[in-house]
Write a protein that binds this ligand. Sequence first.
Ligand SMILES: C[S@@+](CC[C@H](N)C(=O)[O-])C[C@H]1O[C@@H](n2cnc3c(N)ncnc32)[C@H](O)[C@@H]1O
Length: 301
Amino acid sequence: MATPTITVQLTEPEQKLLQTLVYQECGMFFDERRIHFLQDRLQRRLRATGLDSFYNYYRLLTSRDGKAELAALVENLTVNETSFFRNKPQLDLFGKQTLEEVLSRKQSRRDWSLRVWSAGCSTGQEAYTIAMLIADALAYYYLRNPLPVEMPSPKPLIPPPWRVEILASDISYSVLRLGQEAVYPENHMEPVDYSYRLRYFDKVGDRYAVKKSVKDLVHFDFHNLKTEFLPQRNDIIFCRNVMIYFDEEMQKRLIEKFYRCLNPEGYLFVGHAESLFGLTDKFRMIHVNNGTAYQRIEVHS
Ligand SMILES: C[S@@+](CC[C@H](N)C(=O)[O-])C[C@H]1O[C@@H](n2cnc3c(N)ncnc32)[C@H](O)[C@@H]1O
C-alpha cells in the first residue's frame, strides 16, 4: 500500500524550533527567504520516516535514537552545487601566484609538505581541481628551479621530496561517496580543458575517471564545520560557497577557527559571493585580475 502524502504546515513556534535545531547541529541558518526550503525538506523526511506530525518528528530528532535522522535531515538540507575549475580568476591566482609563493617559502625552509583543505567539498570537483593545479604548479616550478633530489623514473606526479595532502571534507556522506568514486559524467566536464582531460582523467565508457595518481592526493572525510575540532597545520584552506548558508555569528567563529588551523602566512579562499569584509581583521585581502584570496596576518611581538 502506498504511503499517504502528509502535508504539515508549521506554526511559527514550530519553525523556530526546527531552525534552532538545524542551526545548532550544522550552522546552516534558514531565514525567512529560505524557510520554504526547510519546510519542503521536512515534508520529505516525514514521508521517509512515515511520521504524521511535526511533534512526533521533532521528538524523534531530539531523542537518543534520533541522531541518524538528524543527520539525514541535515543531508537533505545541504546545497551541493559545485563544478571543476569553479571561479577561474581565483584559481589563476591560486595556481600562478599563491602556490609559487608557498612552494618557494617552504622550499627555503626545507619543508616539503603541502597541506590543503577543501572544507565543504561536495562531490570532489574542487579538491581534484586543486590537485591538478598543484601538480602543474610543481612541474612548472621545477622547470625553473633545480630539484633537491634526483627525479625517479618513471616520473611521479609529485616530485620528491614533496608530499601533497589534500583533505576534502563535507557534512554529507552521499557527496563524500561520489567524491571518493571520482567518476564524472560528460556534462560535468565542460569546464575541464582537453589538456587536463588528457593528462588527469581516463575515459571509461561515456564517463571520466580521475587518474589514480591524482585521486591518491585527496583524502575524503566527514567533517562538520560547526564543531570545534579542525584539521591542523594547513597551508591553504578552500571554503567556498559554504559560508553563505551560515549567519554572521557562525561565519565569524568559523573564520577565527580557520585562522588558528592555518600555518603562518597561510591562505584562505572563499566563494565569489563571499567576503571576509567586516568579519575579521586577521587576514589581508589579495585581489589580482578578479581573483581574491586572503592571507593570514602574523602578529609579531
Ligand atoms: C554549494 S557546496 C560548495 C562546494 C564547493 N566548495 C564549491 O564551491 O564548489 C556547499 C557544501 O557545503 C557543505 N556544508 C554545509 N554545511 C556544512 C557544515 N556545517 N560542515 C561541513 N560541510 C557543510 C554542503 O554539504 C555542501 O556540499
